[in-house]
Design a protein around this ligand. Structure first.
Ligand code: NAP
Length: 280
């Protein structure tokens, strides 16, 4: 039976170290969060992020904008936050309404305030192995694996999903930790067979129970990034938990695994951005 990787507990344990770094700053780290429209899941995530930032004493700017805002108006809001010296970090909650060009909005965030690490400058540095602000979810996964002392050097790692938010940066981080990485996506043939060779599996697909326990090598480390809401309102991951738990050595639960680590890394990235901006 697998050992549970408890993201909630690990995220909590990181707070004291962060508080010491915050106390050493000239002023409180400034985090701006932009939400557009009323997507219920986005509202939950924004609320959680703001609550954590509040507990750490961040200076917060919260913009909740109408779903029909124009591209130009939203870009003007990003420009204003770029110019605001009390703001160290800017987060645009995704997804944006379909009429907006998300890429253009994310590209507009000043790279030193790019707390989600989605700007091409941040992605380029990561791809060259000299990361600056790294996307929060894959970074949180790396911290979890390090905390559990999972040995990545020479390990076969399989990442399912290749989004710019999770899969792609995840694969880069694992490769930079000297794992041999295979990335699966919607056109991959024989995903089950590829997963069966993995020492470490990271699932970031967005399909409930996609990875089945029977696919796994005995003793594999399983990280479930997926957050899927079922018809009964409950949450589940991309991994069929019960069957996977029986074969894995370590496994992350959903909820309580990667999710809390994502928020913890957002806080850490904000402090990092503040440290760098305030010392320059
Ligand atoms: P996404 O942008 O929709 O990407 C999904 C990826 O899965 C794509 O690369 C897609 O391949 C791949 N895929 C789809 N069907 C597949 C199949 N049958 N076989 C193999 N690969 C397949 O989603 P995302 O933003 O990366 O998020 C993935 C999941 O993680 C979602 O459940 C999301 O809610 C969750 N998430 C959780 C956190 C957290 O904090 N825990 C943070 C972010 C996201 P193609 O590229 O070929 O389309």
């Amino acid at each position: 039976m697998a050992v549970l990787l408890n993201g909630r507990r690990l995220a909590k344990s990181l707070a004291p170290g962060l508080r010491v770094r915050i106390a050493a700053l000239q002023r409180a780290p400034g985090l701006a969060v932009i939400q557009v429209g009323e997507d219920p899941a986005s509202s939950v995530y924004v609320k959680r992020k703001r609550a954590r930032a509040e507990r750490l004493g961040f200076h917060q700017v919260s913009l909740h904008l109408s779903a029909d805002i124009s591209q130009e108006s939203l870009e003007a809001q990003v420009d204003a936050l770029n110019a605001d010296d009390t703001v160290d970090a800017i987060l645009v909650q995704l997804p944006l309404p379909a009429h907006l060009d998300s890429t253009a909005i994310l590209d507009r965030i000043q790279p030193d305030k790019d707390v989600d690490g989605f700007h091409p400058w941040s992605a380029g540095l990561l791809s060259q192995g000299r990361p600056h602000l790294v996307p929060c979810t894959p970074r949180g996964v790396m911290v979890m694996l390090a905390d559990a002392e999972v040995s990545l050097s020479g390990a076969n790692a399989v990442v399912i999903g290749r989004s710019n938010i999770v899969g792609r940066p995840m694969a880069m981080l694992l490769e930079q930790a000297n794992a041999t990485v295979t990335v699966c996506h919607s056109r991959t043939r024989n995903v089950a067979e590829i997963v069966g060779r993995a020492d470490v599996v990271v699932a970031a697909v967005g399909r409930p129970g996609f990875v089945q326990g029977s696919w796994l090598k005995e003793g594999a480390v399983v990280v479930d990034v997926g957050i899927n809401r079922l018809d009964d309102g409950s949450l589940c991951g991309d991994v069929e938990f019960a069957s996977a738990e029986a074969r894995a050595s370590y496994i992350t639960p959903v909820p309580g695994g990667v999710g809390p680590m994502t928020i913890a890394m957002l806080m850490e990235n904000t402090v990092r951005a503040a440290e760098e901006r305030q010392s320059s």
